[in-house]
Ligand binder design. Structure first.
Ligand SMILES: *Cc1c(COP(=O)(O)O)cnc(C)c1O
Length: 245
């Protein structure tokens, strides 16, 4: 667990580890401050915003450095990366899954993560529910909505979200607790975040469990917090540039 999964630490000598740890700790502290400031600016309680540290493509050293600095919620975006990281990292970590999920990978994810942010279609939801029932669990999920109608992005349409949420609500084995979005890079994210927030508020009348809004990444998390984000998914601002980004 203390051995670098890349071998970098060993090659560079022991000096690199404390420096790396201090680096991640400093970035993490800065992100936490920015989250708190963004929340307070819009009259929100900073405690209502959870930092999800997205560790995809980051070596285990950096996960351990963030963990050492008090971070407890992490996320991965690929099943094949999640499985070994969950096995190697401290058991106290709460893992989320934020990436595109194929039905044949559901088995590797359900049961290992507290929350799947990326449910955008009925067959995927049913596969998750089936596997969760087999494990005698209820898997918490978010519905990913493509608010920017970006053909390159996953997510159901805004118009299709209520029917998907209704379907999920009737399914044993899953519990839908909110919505997630990833705006297109070339659009002003503010109006899109506002749209997701309005959709969440509308769905809440029929589905009181729908509370969470997963929106905002390194480049736009303050804007997302101003529009009601309860989960911000932040990678590079916490860990530094992704090695193979
Ligand atoms: C990579 C990723 C993030 C984090 O992106 P950063 O720009 O590094 O903050 C957030 N959400 C999803 C779904 C991702 O794939």
């Amino acid at each position: 667990m203390l051995v670098s999964d890349t071998g970098e630490g060993l090659q560079a000598g022991f000096d690199s580890r404390p420096r790396l740890g201090a680096d991640v700790a400093r970035r993490l502290a800065r992100v936490r401050d920015r989250i708190a400031e963004a929340a307070l600016r819009t009259g929100r309680d900073p405690q209502d915003v959870t930092l999800v540290a997205v560790s995809k493509l980051q070596p285990l050293d950096r996960v351990l450095a963030a963990y050492g600095a008090g971070q407890r919620v992490f996320a991965e975006s690929q099943a094949q990366e999640l499985v070994p990281k969950v096995a190697a990292a401290p058991a106290e970590i709460t893992w989320h899954f934020v990436g595109r999920l194929q039905r044949n990978k559901v088995r590797q994810v359900v049961g290992s993560v507290a929350l799947i942010h990326s449910v955008d279609r009925v067959p995927l939801a049913e596969a998750i529910a089936r596997h969760a029932r087999r494990l005698h669990r209820e898997q918490r999920v978010l519905v990913q909505v493509n608010v920017g109608a970006d053909p390159a992005k996953a997510g159901c349409s805004v118009a299709g979200a209520p029917a998907l949420v209704d379907h999920l609500a009737d399914l044993d084995g899953v519990m839908v607790v909110g919505l997630m979005t990833m705006p297109p890079l070339d659009q002003d994210p503010g109006p899109l975040f506002a749209r997701l927030c309005a959709l969440r508020d509308a769905l809440r009348d029929d589905h009181p469990d729908i509370r969470e809004l997963s929106m905002g990444m390194s480049a736009d998390f303050e804007v997302a917090i101003a529009h009601g984000a309860t989960l911000v998914r932040i990678g590079e601002a916490v860990f530094g540039p992704r090695p193979d980004g």
